[in-house]
Design a protein around this ligand. Structure first.
Ligand code: ADP
Length: 481
């Protein structure tokens, strides 16, 4: 099956006619489908269409825009089973994880449908007589949405829904290896009655399609989620035209386990944060920072937990699916080798699992390292796989120093029943999302999400009410009558 670009309301092949195979990471002999391998010309056509549709969409009443978003969410709900299957086949996560993600996308469309009907402004007292003074929000115009493969429907949803709610048009590039999931989402938008040109989808390489979406001077905002290296390029391309950019990038997220913690609870929290979605979340836990009094017990129980996780194709809904691509798998295996070379103790995992058919996919074992020094590579670099480094510390202040001693600051959690430590953690940790007695992953859609330090461009947050800010510009009106 071949999947096309969607530009100006038409499903079109790439101008070159080229396609790329999207393969199942659990069984690479299975081609899930072919997606258009687009080029600069296709990306430019998508922006042309979005610019053309802009004025009409911006002047469509908010409640009317909201009704289309609501229908999109409902269509996605009707197609949930089918979309979940596409997502599992294309990205590899387990059925439960994928179905939860599709549900999140449905909920996001319904949430921003409500916002579209309810966009407000502010009225203030003027210093002059017979003058009303008010502040209104307008759409910024045309936005590019560039998304990664790890949450191939939730992340596009949390960018596209607020963009549309506020009256912007969109040029959307999903990651190439999850292009079909992107198509499934756009099909719902089309069938919900979205006017032609309001959302345009182009699949293809980052270097050409992504680069064009970030650099075209007609684009008013670029919303990007992906790696730090690509985020830097996107930022430079956007800022060359003074285009607004929102970047969500990596994390090296810690869970601090205090001396008073219930170790079994701490193991649950770290294991689900580290091994859920095969460790391929920007909020995944990759460092457990554990008080020395509980260290041995924690390491042994976490090791036992990791070794007990059943690995298999996502369609069988196992404990953990494969990595999403060969590149991700080899990146993880390289980091594991570096961990061993630098002297950390490999407690469990570290390689590719044996088992029926597992060698046909990008499977890797859940991996636990102990005796990790905070300066080691595995304690500093983001590893986009199921690997956790357990670092011993002598006390709470040292734990905070270690937690903050990395470049990123996305999500952080602490396991303690001591109210004082819980509050001090919130005060002192450098992270945009802070949790007590919970895993670092998992977000609620109606509160802001974003990181500190190198994890994000700090000017805008996604999701919740704040998620609307990136897509709007403020106009202040002095109405002297
Ligand atoms: P991930 O591996 O998490 O998908 P990447 O940063 O590699 O993260 O990719 C995120 C998105 O950015 C993908 O859609 C990718 O195709 C796109 N991309 C890659 N290179 C560029 C680039 N130079 N300019 C714009 N987008 C790019």
């Amino acid at each position: 099956m071949a999947y096309k670009n969607y530009i100006a309301g038409e499903w079109r092949d790439a101008e070159s006619g080229a396609t790329t195979a999207s393969r199942n990471p659990a069984d690479t002999s299975e081609v899930v489908g072919e997606v258009a391998e687009s080029d600069v010309a296709d990306a430019t056509a998508a922006i042309d269409a979005a610019v053309e549709a802009q004025d009409e969409w911006a002047s469509t009443p908010g409640p009317e825009r909201g009704a289309i978003l609501r229908r999109t969410g409902s269509l996605l709900a009707e197609r949930k089973e089918d979309v979940t299957e596409t997502l599992v086949r294309e990205e590899g996560k387990t059925w439960s994880e994928a179905s939860g993600e599709v549900q999140r996308a449905i909920d996001i469309f319904h949430y921003y449908a409500g916002k579209a009907s309810d966009l407000g402004g502010e009225v203030k007292q003027s210093s002059s007589r017979d003058t009303s003074l008010y502040v209104r929000k307008e759409p910024i115009g045309t936005v590019s949405v560039i998304t990664p493969w790890n949450y191939p429907i939730a992340i596009p949803a949390w960018k596209i829904a607020p963009a549309l709610a506020t009256g912007n048009t969109v040029a959307f590039k999903p990651a190439t290896n999850t292009g079909i999931t992107g198509v499934r989402l756009v099909e719902c938008l089309e069938d919900a009655g979205l006017p032609d040109g309001v959302v345009n989808l182009v699949t293809g390489p980052g270097k050409t399609v992504g680069d064009t979406l970030a650099s075209d001077e007609r684009v008013d905002g670029v919303s990007f989620t992906g790696s730090s290296g690509v985020g830097d390029i996107v930022y430079q391309n956007a800022s060359a035209n003074q285009t607004r950019a929102l970047l969500e990038m990596g994390g090296k997220n810690p869970t601090v386990v205090c001396a008073d913690a219930d170790v079994d609870e701490a193991v649950d929290i770290v294991a689900s944060g580290a091994f859920g979605v095969t460790g391929q979340a920007c909020t995944a836990c990759s460092r457990a920072i554990v008080h020395e009094d509980r260290y041995d017990e924690f390491v042994s129980k976490l090791t036992e937990r990791a070794a007990s996780i059943d690995i298999g194709p996502g369609l069988d809904d196992p404990g953990m699916g494969p990595q999403s691509s060969e590149g991700e798998l080899s990146g993880t295996l390289d980091y594991i080798e570096t961990g061993v070379d630098e002297g950390a103790t490999l407690e469990t995992g570290g390689g590719r699992p044996d088992g029926d058919g597992l060698d046909e996919g990008y499977f890797v074992e859940p991996t636990v390292f102990s005796d990790v020094d905070p300066e080691m590579t595995i304690a500093q670099h983001e590893i986009f796989g199921p690997v956790v480094a357990v670092i011993p510390v002598g006390g709470f202040n040292e734990a905070i120093d270690v937690a903050n001693g990395v470049e990123q600051g996305l999500s952080a959690s602490v396991v303690t029943n001591d109210l004082n430590k819980a509050h001090r953690f919130v005060d002192e940790v450098d992270a945009g999302v802070v949790k007590t007695n919970e895993k670092t992953t998992g977000l609620e859609l109606h509160v802001p999400f974003g990181g500190m330090k190198a994890s994000s461009s700090e000017t805008y947050r996604e999701q919740g009410d704040e998620g609307l800010s990136f897509y709007t510009i403020t106009k202040t009106v002095y109405m002297n009558y």
